[in-house]
Ligand binder design. Structure first.
Ligand code: GCB
Length: 598
């Protein structure tokens, strides 16, 4: 009993604040955005939240108090505090906050016209890491995790006329967090993605799924789910270009499924065909762009729409091209993915957390398959139930948001995790959860090389049975082993599954030239690319790669003065957008691979 109570306590932040179901495709609903200037107050000691005894203060900053008269004491004022453009990370918006990890309060005023028979939600694309949200001085919810969306029903709290929304954002790293305290990217804090006020009918299609029947090419299947368990609601599904109009009727759970005979043109990198799909219910018309494809593995090969494919990938962090800071909009996505496309990619690994929705949608339009990952990175607290619940929630939300994006080809549950029984149990549960939720995508994770003999490297991982693709990161010739060694190295990967090199790479300062055995030069990086690709190309089952990484990115772990200056320099494009020699090496390899797999 006592054990149970402790367990319940541990889970409290997750159960107590059980997340509201996500609204599918918010941009396809009636909405307006709260993008633009928000007032902010930096709060390093959290005294806007706690009193001086460190008890939660019922009259914290979220009350947005103003001095009533000249003798009244109020030690903060949102209206006179500075402004920050949202979405953004605070680190690159205010020099004082570059290294800051702690709390910042944000306030936005907005005007709202209440409508009868409507429900209203506030939707956040992402806030890193812990968001406490208040509307008109009252708490409406809390969310943990920096890269997944969440929404709160504010129907009964939003007022006709003036409203104020306050968010206390805290990005302190915590050991039991997901990610944990150690990671190789900048811990950007803030309201990093868009905030929407969404209007929907009282009973509405909260969620839907539409895709090809797994492994078939002549049937479109899926389901719709209302926000409430209402029986007998009519939902109309139309796909005008395919002459489809289906009347669905919800069951007592507010749920309906469909299975329609149809032979849509398939989505592929060569032909990224998307269809307009419309769900209509109770006067709301939700439009989406949907592509249809099948991806699967057979033995050591990957098949897209029944044709063997080589994944010509690249890893990308969600960092803005040219200006650094968090990327968040379609223009950022177009630049990053445009580079990938020019490189000859048909695949990107969005590392190490779910990127913003624009990124996935733009990839889909451009014909790029996507690997999407949760930040179960390095040494997560495998024995902590709350950590598991957090990881699973992030996985669940990642899948929920993007399950209709046919570009998504791989769900990744982790990166470079240390082997142990506890880790196997944790990751095994995550993998099973992902597969149960979506059996139409491949499941993988970035594993590590586990044995390096004289000329032989091995990859062995108990997680092999849970994944569809054996993916691993290999830094031979950079962190260990010599670059000369690559030419004669053999590999033992004892599984009848395709293998994918989810990372390899070397640091190079753009413009630094020298011999090809001199670290940090473009020549070294280019040579490492050439030899690593040649090495893996000889190994049976080599089904693709996503080298590390498209662009140099900020990382607090990279201090080498004059070379790194807080940038991880493994980009094949510099932070200023200049291509390094390795870019062209990879481009050449992908040209050959594209021809080989025609
Ligand atoms: C890795 C990590 C990645 C790092 C990279 C590096 O294996 O997965 O997050 O940034 O190595 O540059 O060391």
């Amino acid at each position: 009993m006592k054990k149970l109570a402790v367990f319940a306590l541990l889970l409290l932040p997750f159960i107590g604040l059980a997340q509201e179901s996500l609204i599918q495709n918010v941009n396809g609903r009636n909405h307006f955005k709260l993008n633009g200037s928000w007032n902010y107050i930096i709060d390093p000691f959290d005294n806007g939240y706690y009193d001086y005894r460190l008890n939660e203060n019922p009259n914290g900053f979220f009350k947005n108090r103003k001095a009533k008269n000249k003798s009244d004491l109020v030690e903060y004022n949102f209206d006179t505090s500075p402004l920050m453009v949202i979405p953004s990370d605070w680190n690159t918006k205010n020099g004082q906050l570059f290294f800051y990890e702690g709390s910042v309060w944000f306030k936005k005023d907005f005007n709202y016209a209440k409508k009868a028979g409507q429900k209203t939600f506030v939707y956040f694309g992402a806030v890193n890491y812990d968001a406490k949200v208040y509307l008109n001085g009252e708490k409406i919810g809390e969310h943990i995790g920096g890269f997944t969306p969440f929404n709160f029903d504010i129907t009964n709290k939003v007022k006709d006329g003036d409203n104020f929304l306050i968010v206390r954002v805290n990005n302190e790293r915590i050991p039991e967090g997901v990610p944990t305290i150690n990671a190789d990217w900048w811990n950007y804090g803030g309201i990093t993605r868009e905030v929407l006020i969404v209007d929907v009918p009282e009973v509405f299609v909260e969620d839907y799924l539409i895709q090809l029947e797994k492994g078939k090419y002549d049937r479109i299947v899926g389901n719709v789910k209302l926000n409430e368990k209402v029986k007998g609601e009519e939902v109309i599904l139309t796909i005008p270009e395919l002459d489809i109009e289906e009347k669905l009727t919800t069951d007592e759970n507010g749920y309906a499924t469909f299975s329609i005979k149809a032979k849509p043109e398939l989505w592929s990198p060569e032909n990224p065909k998307l269809y307009e799909v419309v769900f209509t219910a109770n006067g709301e018309e939700v439009k989406d762009q949907i592509g249809f494809k099948n991806i699967e593995t057979r033995g050591k090969a990957i098949y897209l729409n029944d044709e063997q494919v080589f994944l010509r990938g690249i890893c990308i962090h969600e960092e803005a091209p040219f200006r650094q800071g968090r990327a968040w909009n379609a223009d950022d996505a177009k630049v990053l993915l445009g580079w990938a496309k020019d490189l000859g990619c048909n695949f990107v690994r969005l590392a190490h957390y779910p990127h913003n929705e624009y990124m996935v949608r733009e990839a889909e339009k451009m014909g790029i398959m996507v690997w999407s990952e949760i930040p179960v990175y390095w040494t997560i607290h495998w024995n902590n139930e709350a950590t598991y619940a957090n990881a699973q929630q992030q996985l669940s939300d990642m899948i929920d948001r993007d399950k209709n994006r046919c570009a998504i080809s791989v769900w990744s549950i982790a990166n470079e995790t240390p082997h142990s029984e506890a880790r196997d149990i944790f990751l095994g549960k995550l993998a099973s959860f992902a597969r149960e939720k979506d059996n139409t995508r491949l499941i993988s994770m970035a594993m590590e090389v586990t044995g390096q003999g004289n000329n032989l490297s091995k990859v062995e991982d108990n997680m092999n049975k849970y994944v569809d693709i054996i993916s691993f990161n290999s830094y031979h010739g950079w962190y260990g082993g010599t670059i000369e060694d690559l030419a004669k190295r053999q590999w033992e990967i004892p599984y009848d599954k395709p293998f994918f090199i989810s990372e390899f790479g070397a640091g190079a300062l753009q413009g630094k030239h020298g011999d090809n055995d001199e670290k940090w030069t473009e020549e070294y990086q280019a040579r490492l690319y050439k030899e690593t690709l040649a090495m893996f190309n000889k190994v049976d089952g080599f089904a693709g790669t996503s080298p590390w990484i498209l662009v140099d990115f900020y990382s607090p772990r990279r201090q080498l003065n004059g070379i790194q200056d807080f940038f991880n320099r493994k980009g094949i494009i510099s932070n200023n957008g200049v291509k390094k020699k390795a870019y062209f090496e990879l481009q050449d390899f992908y040209k050959k691979k594209a021809a080989e797999y025609k």
